[in-house]
Design a protein around this ligand. Structure first.
Ligand SMILES: *Cc1c(COP(=O)(O)O)cnc(C)c1O
Length: 384
């Protein structure tokens, strides 16, 4: 796929496996070692080999940052202790009185961070349907926050269209690319200014690490974010960096299977009497289907649906699967099931971002497809 080739003509999978720097320059180790050192010896005062103190930078983190930046087609990348720490740094680009517009069903924690942490510090936050973005812009609007596909309703936002409109007004565009990953879409190439990730999800891919990442092609933004990374200090440890980097090597292969298994799960759900609406960008009736076909290489591994029996039946279903594990989070090798209203999105209850009570969300993993279908189908039979 030509849009996944970099300037040197190498493909996404090659970059995912090899990263930016190749073997460790000091030893030839094919994996970047876990550099467990908080400080680095200097050759003379003011003369060092690129590293001084590990909050400011360490080789494990530098290797991960270059690796992930390459996958996003970005000039600059910065790793953080969690997805929310990365988002917090991006929101700190704004000041009191500035206006941030975000998608109505953004990740609950993102909405909470904007309204309950940055709101009291003076940030004005609006959650809205971005298709009416024009109506909510004010002279103080500085940033539009896109998540696509959204969590948990899997709305698809046209990144290029929003970027064109926002840039016309001098507004920064941020894309949370956690659900799609750069294997599916590369937001900076579609016009976004900043991309953010929870590396806890598909990048890490094994439910064994919490991390965050942000990337940009804008040198000024990168310098400001780099300052915040060091000055506020929400940095990932070297072992966390190693785990994310190890996960990323198989990202392309995993995404391919996540997406394929999800399509089969969608088919099962569409044919089951206990299921109401199914939300997945692959569906022709999905409002974002046409944009998804243009913007995404595949339709993703996240699926949500409503249960006909209502909220109690939805909650019940979540404890009746065995291969799908009842847990928060997503994007790892194992399949997960959850009830957004009472779990990941509980903090949105009573707000404009509240999700339907009869909604169930799946993160479709890499188990044997028949086992996934039998498990989910069997559990659905019991609540039908
Ligand atoms: C999980 C998640 C976050 C938050 O990331 P953490 O690593 O949990 O801090 C942000 N956005 C999306 C879409 C997520 O799924």
């Amino acid at each position: 796929m030509s849009d996944h080739l970099d300037r040197g003509g190498r493909g996404f999978e090659t970059h995912a496996v090899h990263g930016a720097g190749g073997a460790d320059p000091a030893t030839g180790a094919v994996n970047t070692p876990v550099y467990l050192s908080s400080t680095f010896a200097q050759d003379a005062v003011g003369r060092h080999r690129g590293f001084e103190y590990a909050r400011s930078g360490n080789p494990s983190r530098a290797s991960l940052e270059a690796h992930l930046a390459l996958l996003e087609g970005a000039d600059f990348g910065l790793a953080f202790a969690s997805g929310l720490a990365a988002e917090d740094a991006v929101m700190r680009l704004l000041g009191p009185g500035d206006h941030l517009v975000m998608q109505t069903d953004s990740y609950g924690g993102t909405f909470r961070l904007a309204t309950e942490v940055h709101g009291p510090a003076g940030l004005v936050v609006d959650a809205t349907d971005l298709s009416v973005l024009d109506d909510v812009l004010t002279p103080r609007t500085r940033m539009v926050w896109i998540e696509t596909p959204t969590n948990p309703l899997l709305h698809v936002i046209d990144i290029a269209a929003i970027a064109t409109l926002a840039h016309h007004h001098g507004i920064l565009v941020v894309v949370d690319n956690t659900f799609a990953t750069p294997w599916i879409q590369q937001p900076l190439r579609l016009g976004a200014d900043i991309v953010v990730h929870s590396t806890t999800k598909y990048f890490g891919g094994h439910s064994d690490v919490v991390g965050g990442f942000t990337a940009t092609n804008d040198g000024d933004i990168a310098r400001r974010l780099g300052f915040l990374q060091n000055a506020a200090g929400a940095v990932p440890g070297p072992f966390d960096c190693f785990l994310v980097q190890r996960g990323v090597k198989t990202l392309a292969l995993r995404m391919e299977r996540h997406c394929a298994n999800a399509l089969a799960v969608v088919e099962l759900l569409r044919g089951h009497r206990a299921v109401g609406k199914v939300f997945h960008p692959s569906l022709a009736g999905h409002p974002g289907h046409d944009v998804a076909r243009r913007q995404m290489r595949a339709f993703g591994g996240m699926v949500s649906f409503t249960v006909r029996g209502g909220e109690e039946a939805a909650v019940e279903l979540c404890s009746r699967t065995r291969v799908f594990t009842l847990a928060e989070s997503l994007g790892a090798v194992e399949s997960l099931i959850e009830h957004p209203g009472r779990m990941t999105h509980a903090s949105t209850t009573g707000t404009s971002n509240e999700v339907p009570g009869d909604l169930v969300r799946l993160s479709v993993g890499l188990e044997t497809l028949d086992d996934l279908l039998n498990d989910l189908g069997g559990a659905l039979d019991t609540v039908a």
